[in-house]
Design a protein around this ligand. Structure first.
Ligand code: 0R9
Length: 642
């Protein structure tokens, strides 16, 4: 066995300090140490494999969640270079895993430059935050391996065998002293892998969950790339242009766009920079929207579909029912905004506009029938918009005259300071009653909602405004909806959805989240929307204070803890809460509403997007996908329901 020399010199000491900094402040590098941050570790490693694919050398990526929450990611690229740097005496591969790289710079001083490389700064961060990491490289006829513990090299790169294949495999166990949980959510990872496969045409990504008795596998490979992505998003909708319009331009900043209009009313645009979802948009999305509006208006005037005296169509009119993906690659992206997901590079706006001009103008000229169908839809959207404005104005006038701006069902709080105020949107009248009695009325307001909610999926904005279920929510929040939503007017700093942990509760949560996502998006972006977490169980025993548990894990922990105090399971009374209605006002306050003891989950854009996608699936016209979803989630539903 050949072993590479390994010495600690001044450079290496700096390296150790660098990784120590990552361990001290992990949030700075991966956002958080919650399950989100945990998933981020996987994305970092997969990103590097995808980069190798973008460089043109890797066709397959294999991700496995092994028993014990060990992650394994393998690619069939060239293998990370193994040669030794003459000055540091460290292999390029070890450098990648131990040197904290500055943003965008790839490969450190290894001497390698990665052509398609866009991320690649994460391997050392993953290594620093893992209990152990094991890297196996096949290249130059050999199999090489190195091992680390909490970022420190415990086995430098060592030849362990021969091979005529090439590739890289990274296995790691995240550090449980850093992360709140090591429990990966398969469907979250699966979704991201699907997205990555859509964004990288032809790349095959397989993900397997080996933690269960019967492993679950998903295998993604899309020859159509973004076209497949849009078809996937619209699979339960009726398309106006059955084949998505596809725009691709190479060059310094590659641009890829796919567009499809459906008979629906919502716009569904997702933008990506270097395969990262830019939730807050940015210059690429601006360029896309501006040129889309201009190209369609120019075409409509040119063909006399819009008459001289008619107003231009607005961007909203044109984007009604549009599903689109805008994906750009930028070597040195600047990210801005609250969640650092807004592209700032100003030159990209023009790059996207030029790509649109080159391809979309020609497409419309060559496909007049499709162009006409889409424009008819835009014109009908424009008419509906004008009608909706009139309806809103009349509602507003009425409100001013009657000065009843707050819904009757709302039990408002006494404070007027939005920063300290919160509104609980509660499912059902009985839970609403308990919440009203249990709350702290100085700053907690209760809005009960009941009955079947409006299907946001199938409604134009004017209907939403006048809907008797959503109108109270709009009035209570107090900041309008859609384009007119004004976050500075919100009446409550926290909008808290409180619903049961059962199927009906899940339904109302999905509907409300979708409504907020589509009509009050800044509320979610600004972090004002929360989910209350009612407990699932109560453990009680004479002479002992009641103990509430919020998850099955919690319950197990509580049992263990009490066993330590000599209290056995059969000495404990276990109550399972089926719904909020089963709790009396004091219990509801103590477990779910008291800021000192409650658990609130902040809703992220990711959560809202998921709710939106789920709702489209559940409410679409097609029965098959709905059945599929219900079958797939049947287990989950049963767990919640018993
Ligand atoms: C399983 C996860 N995969 C990786 O992390 C991975 C990194 C990587 C890579 C290269 C090839 N495959 C990879 N997989 C590579 C090879 C070569 C040049 N650049 C990149 C080459 O053979 O010439 N590297 C990522 C960074 C580095 N390599 C480098 F800095 F060491 F060069």
């Amino acid at each position: 066995m050949e072993k590479y020399e390994h010495k600690y010199n001044a450079d290496q000491i700096q390296v150790l300090e660098g990784l120590e900094a990552v361990r001290k402040r992990p949030g700075m590098y991966i956002g958080s140490v919650s399950v989100r941050g945990l998933h981020h570790l996987v994305y970092e490693i997969v990103d590097n494999a995808v980069d190798e694919s973008l460089a043109g050398y890797c066709t397959d990526i294999n991700v496995v969640i092994e028993p014990g929450n060990i992650i394994s990611v393998e690619d069939n690229g060239r293998g990370i270079p193994i040669d030794i740097h003459p000055k540091t005496h460290i292999s390029a591969a070890e450098t990648v895993f131990t040197v904290l790289h500055a943003g965008g710079k790839f490969g450190g001083d290894s001497g390698y430059k990665v052509s398609g490389g866009l991320h690649g700064v994460g391997s050392s961060v993953v290594n620093a935050l893992s209990e152990w990491t094991e890297v196996t490289i096949q290249r130059d006829g050999g199999i090489y391996q190195m091992k680390f513990e909490r970022g420190k090299t415990v086995m430098p790169l060592t030849k362990i065998g021969d091979s005529n294949k090439t590739g890289t495999k990274v296995r790691f166990l995240a550090d449980n002293t850093i992360f709140e949980t090591l429990n990966y959510d398969f469907s979250t990872l699966e979704e991201r892998m699907r997205e990555m496969a859509f964004l990288t045409k032809g790349l095959r990504i397989k993900i397997t969950d080996q933690r269960k008795e019967v492993p679950e596998t998903s295998d993604f490979c899309f020859e159509g790339g973004l076209i497949s992505f849009v078809e996937f998003l619209d699979k339960n909708k009726e398309a106006l242009n059955p084949k998505p319009i596809y725009i691709e331009s190479a060059g310094e900043y590659p641009v890829e766009i796919a567009l499809q209009w459906t008979t629906q009313y919502q716009e569904n645009i997702y933008s990506f920079v270097n395969n990262i979802n830019t939730i807050e948009g940015g210059t690429h999305l601006d360029g896309f929207k501006i040129s889309l509006t201009k190209i369609f208006n120019d075409y409509a005037r040119n063909k006399n579909i819009l008459k001289d005296k008619e107003d231009n169509l607005t961007g909203d009119d044109i984007r009604e029912g549009l599903t689109a993906i805008v994906s750009v690659k930028v070597k040195e992206p600047q990210f801005e905004g609250q969640t650092k997901t807004k592209l700032g590079n100003s030159e990209i706006k023009g790059v996207v506009m030029q790509a649109m001009n080159e391809y979309l103008v020609a497409f419309l000229e060559e496909n007049p029938k499709i162009a006409k169908t889409i424009l008819e839809k835009c014109i009908s959207a424009s008419r509906a918009r004008i009608a909706a404005r009139k309806a809103r104005e009349s509602v507003r006038r009425k409100n001013v005259l009657e000065s009843t701006t707050l819904p009757g069902k709302l039990a408002d709080c006494s404070s007027n300071n939005p920063e300290e105020c919160e509104v609980y949107i509660v499912e059902g009248d009985s839970a609403g009653g308990s919440a009203k009695q249990g709350r702290d009325r100085r700053y907690q307001a209760i809005l009960p909602l009941w009955g079947k909610m409006l299907n946001v999926e199938k409604s134009r904005p004017d209907k939403i405004y006048n809907n008797d279920k959503l109108n109270p929510v709009i009035l209570a929040v107090g900041a309008g909806i859609g384009q007119e939503f004004d976050i500075t007017k919100i009446r409550y700093g926290k909008v808290i959805i409180m619903a049961d942990a059962d199927v009906d509760g899940a339904h109302i949560r999905t509907l409300l989240l979708t409504f907020f996502f589509r009509y009050m998006r800044p509320l979610i972006e600004n972090g004002n929307v929360f989910l209350a977490q009612p407990p699932l169980y109560k453990l009680s025993k004479k002479g002992m204070e009641d103990k509430y548990c919020y998850t099955d894990e919690d319950l197990e922990k509580a049992y263990e803890e009490l066993a330590g105090k000599g209290i056995t399971r059969d000495q404990l009374g276990l109550q399972r809460y089926k719904g909020l209605g089963e709790m009396n006002p004091e219990q509801l306050w103590e477990t779910t509403m008291n800021p000192e003891t409650r658990i609130l989950v902040k809703v992220t854009m990711e959560d809202a997007m998921k709710a939106d996608a789920t709702l489209s699936l559940l409410m679409g016209d097609d029965v098959d996908p709905r059945r599929e979803f219900i079958i797939k989630n049947a287990k989950f539903v049963k767990n919640l329901d018993i």
